[in-house]
Design a protein around this ligand. Sequence first.
Ligand code: ADP
Ligand code: ADP
Length: 231
Amino acid sequence: RGGIRLINVTKRYPGQGTPAVDDVTMTIRGGEIVVLLGPSGSGKTTMMRLINRLIEPTSGKIIVAGQDAMGLDPTELRRHIGYVIQNAGLFPHMTVATNVGLVPQMLKWDKKRIAARVDELLELVDLDPAEYRGRYPRELSGGQQQRIGVARALAADPPAMLMDEPFGALDPITRGNLQDSLLRLQDELGKTIVFVTHDIDEALKLGDRIAILDKGSRVAQYATPQEILLN
Ligand code: ADP
Ligand code: ADP
C-alpha cells in the first residue's frame, strides 16, 4: 500500500535539449520517506509532477497503487496521493476550513463529514480548530500555512504524500519544528512520503532513503543516510 515505482522514466519538455528527468528507475516502498536531493534544475519538481500526473512522461512508466498512473483519473489519483508545495499553495480567498476540505469536496463527501474531518486534521497538525477554521491564509504565519498545506494533503487519507520543498521558505526554528512534526506524523500514520529538498541536513534527518540526483537529471545514488555518510 502506498508504493510508487518509476520505470525508465524520461521527461523532455518541448524544445528542451537535455531531458529534465533522464531514464530514472526507482522503487519507493510503502511507508518509507524517500528524499529527492539535488541541485536546482536537476529534475526534482518534474519528478513530483510526473508522479502526481500533472504532466506526462516522454517515455517510461509510473506505477501508483499498483496501477499505471496514466490510467488513473485525476480524482482517483487524489485518493492515493496528497501534494504539498513550497508556499503551501492555499487559495487566498478561501478559509482554512474550505482549503483543507477541498479534496473531500471534490470526492463529494457530505458537509457534516467534511466539517468533522477538517477539525480532526487541524488537531493533527497542532492548530486549534475553533481558532483557525474560519481564518484566511493571510491571517496565518508561514509555518501555520504549511501546517494547513499538510492537513489539506492528508484530507482524504491518501497512502502517499508528495512534498516539494515544503519547509524551504521558513526560518530555521519553524523549519526544525515542522520537520519534527512530520516525523511524529509519519510514526503515527505510516504514509509513503516523497520529499524534495536541496538541503543535505534536511535530507539526512528525514529520509529513510535518499535519492541523489545529479546535474544530468539521473539518480546518481539511492541509499540510506548511513550508507551515504559512509561514502
Ligand atoms: P528542480 O526541481 O530540481 O529544480 P525542475 O524539475 O524544476 O528541477 O527542472 C528540471 C529542468 O527542466 C530544468 O532545466 C528546467 O529549466 C526545466 N523545466 C522545468 N519545467 C519546465 C517547463 N515547464 N518547460 C520547459 N522546461 C522546464
Ligand atoms: P487545477 O490545475 O485544476 O487548478 P491542480 O492540480 O493545480 O488543479 O491543483 C489545485 C490545488 O490542489 C493546488 O493548490 C494543488 O496544490 C492541490 N493539489 C494538487 N494535487 C493534489 C493532490 N494530489 N492532493 C491534494 N491536493 C492537491
